[in-house]
Design a protein around this ligand. Structure first.
Ligand SMILES: *Cc1c(COP(=O)(O)O)cnc(C)c1O
Length: 232
C-alpha cells in the first residue's frame, strides 16, 4: 500500500474537533435529540501521544484505542494530568489481554464471545473492579469480523446481563464496508431496546451523522479528527 498519510497538526486537530462536534449537534438536533445524548469517542489509534494531548487541550476527554499495548503506552501518563479522561477499548480483545484491559479501560466495547466474558469476569475478580461493557454485534455476520453473530446475540446478551448486571451498558457494531449502514444501525438500536440497554455505539468518520439519526449514543470518530492514520 502506498497510501498517503496526512498527520494532523495541532490547529487542524482542534478545528476538526470543533467541526465534528458541530456535526454531532446538528445531526442530533435534526433527529429531535438532545446533542448531549451523544458522546464523541475520539479514536486515536496509531496516532502519537502528542495528538491525544492536542485533543485534550482542545477539551476532548473520551478516547478510543484498538490495541491494549498501544493504550498502555499512551494513556496512563495522561490520566495523571487529566483525571477525567475516559478510555474506551474498541478493538478485538484476546482473552490473555483481559486483565490489562480491565486495568486500563473505562469502557470495553468489544465483548463478543463467552470465552472473553469468562476472562473479563476473572480479571474483574483479580483487579477488584470492572469497566463498563458493550457487546459488539457482527450485524453483517461477516466471517472475518469480530462481534457476536446475530443469531447468538440474544442469548449472549442475556448471559452477560445475568453475569455483569448493569455493567453491561449496551451494544456496538461496525457495519460491513461498502454497504448502506442504516439497516445495521437500526438493527442495533432495536436489539438494545429489546434488552433495555441504554448505550448504542455506532457510527465512524464516514457515517456518524447517519448513526445519530438512527439513535447512536456513542460515535467513534478517528480520521475526521486526527487525519489519515499512519500505517500501524
Ligand atoms: C478505527 C476505528 C474507528 C474509527 O474509524 P474512522 O473511520 O477513522 O473514524 C471506529 N471504530 C472502530 C472499532 C475502529 O477500529
Amino acid at each position: 500500500m502506498n497510501e498517503q498519510t496526512t498527520p494532523a497538526t495541532d490547529t487542524t486537530i482542534g478545528s476538526a474537533l470543533t467541526h465534528v462536534r458541530a456535526q454531532i449537534a446538528a445531526a442530533a438536533t435534526n433527529a429531535g435529540r438532545d446533542p448531549a445524548s451523544v458522546t464523541l469517542v475520539a479514536v486515536s489509534k496509531f496516532h502519537p501521544r502528542e495528538a491525544v494531548e492536542t485533543a485534550l487541550a482542545a477539551g476532548q476527554r473520551v478516547f478510543g484505542e484498538n490495541r491494549v499495548q498501544e493504550a498502555a503506552a499512551k494513556f496512563p501518563a495522561l490520566r495523571q494530568r487529566y483525571p477525567d479522561l475516559k478510555l474506551h477499548l474498541i478493538g478485538g480483545l484476546q482473552t490473555n489481554k483481559a486483565r490489562e484491559a480491565v486495568r486500563l479501560a473505562d469502557v470495553i466495547e468489544s465483548l463478543d464471545r463467552p470465552a472473553l466474558s469468562d476472562a473479563l469476569a476473572r480479571a474483574a475478580d483479580q483487579e477488584g473492579h470492572l469497566p463498563d461493557l458493550l457487546i459488539e454485534v457482527n450485524t453483517g455476520d461477516e466471517p472475518q469480523k469480530f462481534g457476536i453473530p446475530r443469531e447468538k446475540a440474544d442469548a449472549f446478551i442475556r448471559d452477560c446481563q445475568t453475569r455483569f448486571g448493569a455493567r453491561l451498558r449496551g451494544l456496538m457494531c461496525i457495519p460491513p464496508a461498502g454497504e448502506d449502514p442504516a439497516p445495521h444501525f437500526r438493527f442495533l438500536h432495536s436489539l438494545a431496546d429489546e434488552h433495555s440497554l441504554p448505550v448504542r455505539s455506532m457510527g465512524m468518520s464516514a457515517d456518524f451523522p447517519l448513526a445519530i439519526a438512527e439513535g447512536a449514543t456513542l460515535v467513534r470518530v478517528g480520521t475526521a479528527i486526527f487525519g489519515t492514520r499512519p500505517p500501524g
